[in-house]
Design a protein around this ligand. Structure first.
Ligand SMILES: Nc1ncnc2c1ncn2[C@@H]1O[C@H](COP(=O)(O)OP(=O)(O)OP(=O)(O)O)[C@@H](O)[C@H]1O
Ligand SMILES: [Mg+2]
Length: 215
C-alpha cells in the first residue's frame, strides 16, 4: 500500500521536568486529513506533549518534522498548528468577534473588513451568528469552546489541536464536538486530540496513541 508522508512527526521526543521523567523517546506520526488522539491517565503528560508540539515547552531530546522537514516548534509559522486549549483562553474583555479577529488583524495585518466578514461566516457555520457582539462571560461553555475553535480556524492552520475538548461538556455537546471534528476532517484538516475520554477518542479518531506512565 502507498503510505502517505506524515504531516507531523515526532522522533524520539523526551521530556523531563527537573528530575522527573515525563515521557521518553516518543515516536508519533500524524497522517494528513486524519484525527489522532493522544490518550492516557491524568498526569501522564498529555498536555505537556501537546505543549511541546506547540513550542510552549522545551524538550530534552528529539526532533519534530512537518511534511518531512525538521522544524523548531518555537519558530513554526503561527498558522501551521492551531490550538484550542482546555480552558479556551478567550480574552474576557473582548467580544466574540474581537476575540476571533484580533490575531488576523493585529498579528497578520490582514484587511479588517475582510477578516470581519470571514469571522462572521465562521460564527454562522458554528451556530453562533447572533453571539458576535457578546462577551465570553455571556456564553455557555460549549459556545465559548466554539468561539475558541473559530479563533483557531480563522488562521487556517494545517493542523488543529485540542486539549481535552470534551472535559466541560454534557453528552449532547460532546456529540456536537464529535460532529464538528468530522466536518473539519472532511474539509481536509488534520486534527490532534488530547483526551482522557477514551470513548470519545474511539468515536472520532483514525488512530489512538496511548501515553504510558513512566515508572
Ligand atoms: N511546568 C511544569 N513544571 C513541573 N512539572 C510540570 C509542569 N507542567 C506539568 N508538570 C508535571 O508533568 C506531569 C504531566 O502533566 P500534564 O499536565 O502534561 O498531564 P496530563 O496527562 O495532561 O494530565 P490531565 O489528564 O490531568 O490533564 C505532571 O506530573 C505535572 O505535575
Ligand atoms: Mg492535561
Amino acid at each position: 500500500m502507498n503510505k502517505q508522508q506524515p504531516i507531523l512527526e515526532l522522533v524520539n521526543i523526551t521530556k523531563t521536568f527537573n528530575t522527573q521523567l515525563i515521557f521518553q523517546n516518543i515516536n508519533l506520526q500524524v497522517q494528513p486529513h486524519t484525527i489522532l488522539s493522544i490518550v492516557g491517565p491524568s498526569g501522564v503528560g498529555k498536555t505537556t506533549l501537546l505543549r511541546t508540539i506547540l513550542g510552549l515547552e522545551d524538550v530534552d531530546q528529539g526532533q519534530f518534522l512537518l511534511n518531512g522537514q525538521q522544524f523548531d516548534p518555537h519558530n513554526h509559522r503561527q498558522n501551521d498548528i492551531g490550538v484550542v486549549f482546555q480552558d479556551y483562553r478567550l480574552f474576557p474583555n473582548l467580544t466574540v468577534l474581537e476575540n476571533i479577529t484580533l490575531a488576523p488583524i493585529q498579528v497578520q495585518g490582514l484587511n479588517q473588513e475582510q477578516v470581519l466578514q470571514k469571522a462572521k461566516k465562521l460564527l454562522d457555520s458554528l451556530g453562533l451568528y447572533q453571539k458576535g457582539n457578546l462577551y465570553p462571560y455571556q456564553l455557555s461553555g460549549g459556545q465559548k469552546q466554539r468561539v475558541a475553535i473559530a479563533r483557531a480556524l480563522i488562521l487556517q492552520p494545517k493542523i488543529l489541536c485540542y486539549d481535552e475538548p470534551t472535559s466541560a461538556l454534557d453528552a449532547t455537546s460532546k456529540g456536537q464536538v464529535a460532529e464538528l471534528l468530522e466536518q473539519f476532517k472532511a474539509s481536509g484538516k488534520t486534527q490532534l486530540v488530547v483526551t482522557h475520554d477514551l470513548e470519545f477518542a474511539k468515536e472520532v479518531s483514525d488512530k489512538i496513541f496511548k501515553l504510558e506512565q513512566q515508572s
